[in-house]
Design a protein around this ligand. Structure first.
Ligand SMILES: [Zn+2]
Length: 416
């Protein structure tokens, strides 16, 4: 017997039966564009024993909404390593810094946890295909899971999406399209959903209301895994790079489940790393419905938005939350520093979490002995073109020590 109860509107709390990717009809009538949340009762439940590594996120099946017998689509997602960061931890001023390495998922990002459940839901609902609007990671994940489910997948993306990301999505068999503007992506995606019955693997509405509530629950597994990897302890802080904030919200749901089960007696602090103050200002202003903050083009494509969902604000409020920004220069500098000190080449958007963490330690908000988890959501290999902006051109040299020493100095600034 699972712990899932029902789906409710996040605002008016009315239970909903259908169209979970659309706004609540009651609130919509009052002008609110809002999403649903899945409701669980975890009282008396226990986390299952770890018996088989390959189970991944489906070890926690009873904490999702699709039931025991849904046609689950899996590529072995989840069960990612928690790795202690000693060197950069010391530099930042922390004694217990860990990274949850989500680049170890099948399509190299945390989005696999959500897209696995979304495509499973589409299969259960007998949808003829998947449609998604994405800047990259979520599109790649949706394409891979649609492939293994045998469903067509259509991706609408932005003109500046990296070549690698485009290659990845097309290699998984998705049909990828660029539209002239962001709003055009939404218009055509909505037509595929409403007129062709395709299942949306990303939010359908603008202002955004978050991804499918059934899929967001996949992120609860991050909270469960980290709790177990810390030998059944709650961390003091989770630092999470956010776009609209589905991941952060999903982690908070997992932590609340753990509290309800009696494993923990407090929730961790949640820190959001963003680019344009969307969570920070909406939290400060205590906006019930978040207001868009101005943005501009950014290389941190996975998180470069001026929007945040009300679920994210709710999660931050419940978990002594805080949000800070990372600009492009800071993210690139951190990408280089992280790779050089820890041997981890992470996506610039992931490095934003380390930028923000360093700011929060300097502010005294996060203390030296706090146990901190940074979520590294994806690998730098998804967008090597951006990294190449700061790397020196590789010199071609004659096989002499003189030529080697000259090139070491000219290209790398090193005297040997
Ligand atoms: Zn409502």
């Amino acid at each position: 017997m699972g712990s899932y109860k029902e789906v409710r509107c996040i605002r008016c709390q009315k239970p909903m039966e259908t169209a979970y990717y659309d706004s609540c009809p009651y609130c919509k009538a009052e002008g609110y564009n809002l999403n649903y949340e899945t409701i669980y009762d975890c009282t008396g439940k226990r986390l299952p024993e770890k018996t088989d590594e390959s189970e991944g996120i489906y070890r926690y099946k009873e904490f999702y909404s699709l039931g025991e017998n849904a046609p689950y689509v899996s590529l072995g997602e989840g069960n990612t390593p928690l790795h202690k960061l000693n060197r950069i931890g010391r530099e930042i001023g922390l004694n217990h810094l860990y990274m949850k390495d989500e680049s170890k998922n099948p399509t190299m990002s945390h989005k696999d946890r959500m897209c696995s459940l979304i495509v499973s839901k589409a299969l259960a609902d007998k949808a003829p295909g998947i449609v998604i609007s994405s800047t990259g990671n979520q599109g790649a994940a949706a394409a891979a899971y649609a492939a293994v489910a045998g469903l067509p997948c259509v991706v609408f993306t932005t003109p500046n999406v990296s070549e690698t990301m485009k290659t990845l999505m097309q290699a998984y068999g998705a049909q990828v399209f660029v539209t002239p503007t962001m709003s055009d992506r939404g218009i055509i995606m909505e037509k595929l959903v409403r007129e062709m019955g395709y299942y949306p693997a990303s939010g359908l509405l603008s202002p955004p209301i978050g991804s499918s509530c059934f899929g967001v629950d996949g992120y609860k597994s991050i909270a469960f895994e980290v709790f177990e990897q810390l030998n059944n302890q709650v961390p003091d802080w989770f630092v999470v790079p956010i776009s609209y904030g589905d991941t952060l919200y999903g982690i908070s749901k997992g932590m609340k489940d753990l509290k309800e089960m009696g494993y923990i007696d407090r929730l961790p602090g949640l820190a959001a790393a963003e680019v344009f103050h969307a969570a920070e200002r909406n939290l400060e202003q205590d906006n019930e419905i978040p207001i868009e903050q101005p943005g501009k083009p950014s290389i941190q494509t996975s998180i470069a938005t001026g929007w945040v969902t009300c679920q994210t604000i709710k999660a931050l409020k419940e978990c002594k939350g805080v949000a800070r920004t990372s600009n492009d220069e800071e993210a690139l500098a951190m990408q280089k520093r992280f790779a050089k000190t820890e041997g981890i080449y992470a996506e610039t958007a992931s490095c934003a979490s380390l930028v923000v963490l360093e700011k929060l330690v300097a502010e005294g908000r996060i203390k030296p002995d706090d146990k901190v988890i940074v979520l590294i959501t994806s690998t730098g290999l998804k967008d090597p073109g951006t990294t190449n902006l700061y790397l020196p051109k590789v010199p071609c040299i004659e096989p002499t020590l003189e030529a080697f020493k000259k090139a070491m100095k000219d290209s790398y600034g090193l005297e040997v």
